[in-house]
Design a protein around this ligand. Structure first.
Ligand code: AMP
Length: 284
């Protein structure tokens, strides 16, 4: 595996692959890699000739009170994991390399779907994501780019601006990788105390119970309220428990496929999860 830290170096490394019309797959990460990230790399490996993974903790997607400075940076360990997963090129640029020294005057804002769910508590977050992902897609110019359904809203935002800006890439969504106890893997799980880590899987248990109730015909608002109460009782501070259509539009009732979304804090650690529930006419 090659490591490149400059845009020029990366372009040079990809030159032969591009000339030979190889299928380039790309996975964008902020590092501190776990099995969830590695699954994206495996999916890229399966579908592509050349796999590029970026590790870049992107300052523009962190709010002033968020964990940018303390976000775990574990490049050496990540590099081993990527080599094992047969990544071809690790792109690990500095903030300078990505953003340059001149002031930035361009923003990329996706409307509506960023003003909901995580966008409410994290103003500007998805603008930062849209900006860095656009830049990375321009730099790498992959055939396919892989993003996790763990960040379902992020995936929807990326699909939207890729379509709106006619970026020539296929976006592939990859299902959530979970720990054996159901907790969605996340770099932020490392912030949890042992006790909090034992509590955290309740999120997924409640989502599964909610799914079962919906399939039995219990009303959507009742089901969402049960999840909220369950989280409250377990000691979470709930940010939101919501249902949306798969395109993130609002839904009042369960009469089509819905995605259930949870964001909740355990101590200072904000955890998110989601679960899709498919609708069939025979429900209830
Ligand atoms: P991050 O490093 O948190 O920016 O995540 C990089 C990519 O990995 C994003 O596309 C995430 O959605 C994806 N990802 C992170 N955790 C998981 C997981 N548990 N399952 C699936 N994808 C994930």
């Amino acid at each position: 595996m090659k490591t490149e830290t400059s845009i020029q170096g990366l372009s040079a490394s990809l030159q032969t692959a591009r000339a030979a019309r190889k299928v380039i797959g790309f996975v964008a990460t902020m590092g501190n890699l776990h099995e969830g990230h590695i699954n994206l790399v495996r999916e890229a490996r399966r579908l592509c000739d050349v796999v590029v993974v970026s590790i870049f903790v992107n300052p523009t997607q962190f709010g002033p009170n968020e964990d940018f400075d303390n976000y775990p940076r574990t490049l050496e360990q990540d590099s081993h994991l990527l080599a094992e997963a047969e990544c071809d090129i690790l792109f690990a640029p500095s903030v300078e390399q990505m953003y340059g020294s001149r002031p930035r005057l361009t923003n990329i804002r996706v409307e509506k779907i960023t003003e909901d769910l995580c966008g409410l508590q994290r103003p500007g977050h998805f603008d930062g994501v849209a900006l860095v992902v656009t830049k990375l897609l321009n730099i790498v110019q992959p055939t396919y780019a892989f993003f996790g359904e763990k960040d379902y809203q992020q995936l929807a935002v990326i699909r939207q601006f890729v379509q709106d800006l006619s970026i020539p890439v296929d976006i592939i969504g990859v299902p959530i990788t979970r720990a054996a106890d159901g907790l969605a893997l996340s770099s932020r799980n490392g912030y949890l105390s042992e006790e909090q880590r034992n509590t955290a899987p309740i999120i997924y248990q409640l989502l599964q119970q909610a799914k079962a109730k919906l399939l039995q015909g219990v009303a959507l608002d009742v089901v969402l309220n049960d999840v909220k109460q369950g989280l409250d009782q377990a000691g979470f501070v709930v940010d939101y428990v919501e249902a949306r259509a798969t395109n993130l539009l609002h839904v009042e009732t369960f009469e089509q496929d819905v995605v259930l979304f949870v964001a909740a804090k355990l101590g200072n650690t904000r955890l998110i999860d989601n679960l899709m529930v498919k609708y069939s006419k025979s429900i209830g």
